[in-house]
Design a protein around this ligand. Sequence first.
Ligand code: S3P
Length: 446
Amino acid sequence: MTEITAKQQDVMVRPATNQSLQGRIRVPGDKSISHRALMLGAIAVGETTIEGLLLGEDPRSTASCFRALGADISELNTQLVRVQGVGGEPGKSLLLEPADILNAGNSGTTLRLMLGILASQPDRFFTVTGDSSLRSRPMSRVVKPLQQMGAQIWGRVGSSRAPLAVLGQNLQPIHYHSPIASAQVKSCILLAGLMTSGKTTVTEPALSRDHSERMLRAFGAEIEVDPEARRVTIAGPCQLQGQKVVVPGDISSAAFWLVAGSIVPGSELIVENVGVNPTRTGILEALQMMDADIEFLDEKIVAGEPVADLRVRWQQLKACTIAGDIIPRLIDEIPILAVAAAFAKGTTVIRDAAELRVKESDRLQAMAKELNELGANVRELPDGLEIVGGASLKGTEVDSHDDHRVAMSLAIAALGAQGSTTIHRAASAAISYPDFSATLEKIAPS
Ligand code: S3P
């Protein structure tokens, strides 16, 4: 039986003992695609319509920043959002100089992608900040390449932490060899290159999500992609044209239900309309390595992105090793994979994932600590986790570390524990999945 009671910011989850999880689930729109649709719509000429936008806190941060920069964005209260872009002559400043500080809230994608756009607006001055988590996250990974392009950016800790001040410039194109496989870094530079005369190229060490490349091309940018060389080139300056965007369901949100269905005996769930872009499906490959029973139903292409319904049926999981080039393709799913590993037979090792230490929280530390509170056997490694599966979990009090993915991962772990679990500060789930608790209640009613 599962019961969720929201008291202040805490959520209580009762275990799903003697009850399998059954049903069909529609997950909210993809967060990465939602940010990009709002941003490209905001700088394009004419109207962009976005169907299926994620109505979470992070896209709201993007919308409020780009409204302050002059775009007309309809209220984020229906899944059809209209954006009137500020687009104009290629290479000229498009954006208004806002009268106040732009606040990206908790959203690294908002801040890092927006910096590429702001740095390339000649003669405009901007200040940007975020919440305490975002203000502690490294920005040098985008500030340094932008400075190589001639950007003027100032801030704390050698211009590596928000708040940051930006004086927009006519930038120079570069070929940037990124030391990390980060879609935020790649996208920031491509967006700066959009306004810059000449060819701007990014090469990354492993392939990260390619939503920017797909959407920039759909909006009319001249983009060359060489996936083998992990190289993308954009030719600027270029004026984007407003488009009709359809946002698929977020595979990062679907991952919670795929793991829930894999750990609660007898379960069968269908998660509908999930984006299955190959740069995001590392989670499916990892779960399949763990013997999960996941099937693709009704695969199709919707507005340039592959989409499918995913059926999961319970099956005993086994341990595996997750490391190397797969990591960027499942980077946001490592917290929920750690939960799957706690229920698997054998010892799962996750490596090459030090990036998790600079996400919304230190996710390696947070997941090791909180899963161990529940009775799991998790050891933190410098760049990953070692999880000895099969310990029986017991409900207790745990904390989300104010991180949406940690909160939801712990709720799924609690489904498989004995006794109730209270998750403190669980309201952070609204960053990417406002209806998470309602869906949990639907598939495992109290
Ligand atoms: C994102 C890229 C990833 C991911 C984040 C969203 C994006 O971050 O973790 O949740 O939309 O580009 P990194 O680029 O830092 O890996």
